[in-house]
Design a protein around this ligand. Structure first.
Ligand code: PGA
Length: 253
């Protein structure tokens, strides 16, 4: 069941998401959160950081799992999602680094203990370990999502099976074009590790955020309630508790 929450603008989408996030950890200081990257959640993280400065919110026991990471980028690469998360949230709150989980897109974590495996084997093992960590520390209480123009959630591109678990995915051309702004010409990664759709659907509650006219077509498609693997976000119709926080520009008429 999707509940639509339509607000004025991108900033309000962020404040609404931040309110949900902070209420979640207020109710449960050990909450396990699924966290997105990209442009859409930036106002949410800014609002969380701002409120943490003036209010007393404690991230110490909060556990986080990011949705995805590019294959081939080290955590210190400025365009990695590790760097993104440090810059927008983790460097500004009292989160315990041992509670933070982001897939390792280099396979190095695995190769340190299994130097015999190829890169692709290491990435497969990394996906299994990530899924295992989610299982051991989860369930996810709230997972926050952005919405790709092609309907992707996490980096689950169109055609990804709804039963998918954490896996390596080849990014579509449209996603690579959308993300090329963050990379030097010719350096946009071709693959990513993403949690799967089945993994996302196991979250107790889901908050999808979308803002701006550029997302209107995708939001419209989601509102149509046709469930199809061609449009990954449509899997959310199978979940009992989804809130879609969108601004007027994305919601359209
Ligand atoms: P964006 O990406 O927030 O950068 O628009 C959303 C997504 O692709 O999931």
């Amino acid at each position: 069941m999707i509940e639509w929450i339509v607000v004025d603008d991108e900033a309000e989408v962020g404040r609404t998401g931040a309110g949900i996030l902070l209420d979640t950890i207020g109710d449960n200081p050990r909450a396990v959160l699924g966290l997105p990257t990209g442009k859409t959640p930036l106002p949410m993280y800014a609002s969380v950081v701002e409120r943490c400065r003036v209010e007393n919110h404690c991230f110490r026991d909060v556990v986080t799992f990011n949705l995805d990471e590019y294959v081939g980028l080290s955590p210190s690469h400025p365009s990695s999602y590790h760097s993104y998360m440090r810059a927008v949230l983790f460097d500004h709150v009292d989160v315990d680094p041992s509670n933070v989980h982001i897939p390792d897109g280099t396979g190095l974590r695995v190769r340190q203990v299994r130097p015999d495996v190829t890169l692709d084997e290491a990435l497969e093992l990394e996906c299994e370990l990530y899924e295992e960590a989610l299982h051991n520390r989860g369930p996810l209480e709230v997972t926050f999502l952005g919405l790709g123009r092609n309907g992707h959630i996490g980096f689950n591109e169109p055609g990804t099976p709804f039963v998918s678990r954490t896996h390596v995915i080849s990014l579509t051309e449209s996603t690579r074009v959308a993300n090329s702004a963050y990379f030097s010409p010719g350096e946009t990664p071709e693959r990513a590790i993403t949690v799967g759709i089945a993994t996302i659907l196991e979250s107790r509650s889901i908050v999808l955020m979308a803002a701006g006219e550029g997302k209107q077509e995708a939001v419209q498609r989601l509102r149509e309630v046709t469930i199809s693997e061609d449009f990954p976000a449509s899997a959310l119709h199978r979940h009992p508790e989804v809130r879609c926080v969108v601004d007027r520009a994305a919601f359209g008429r």
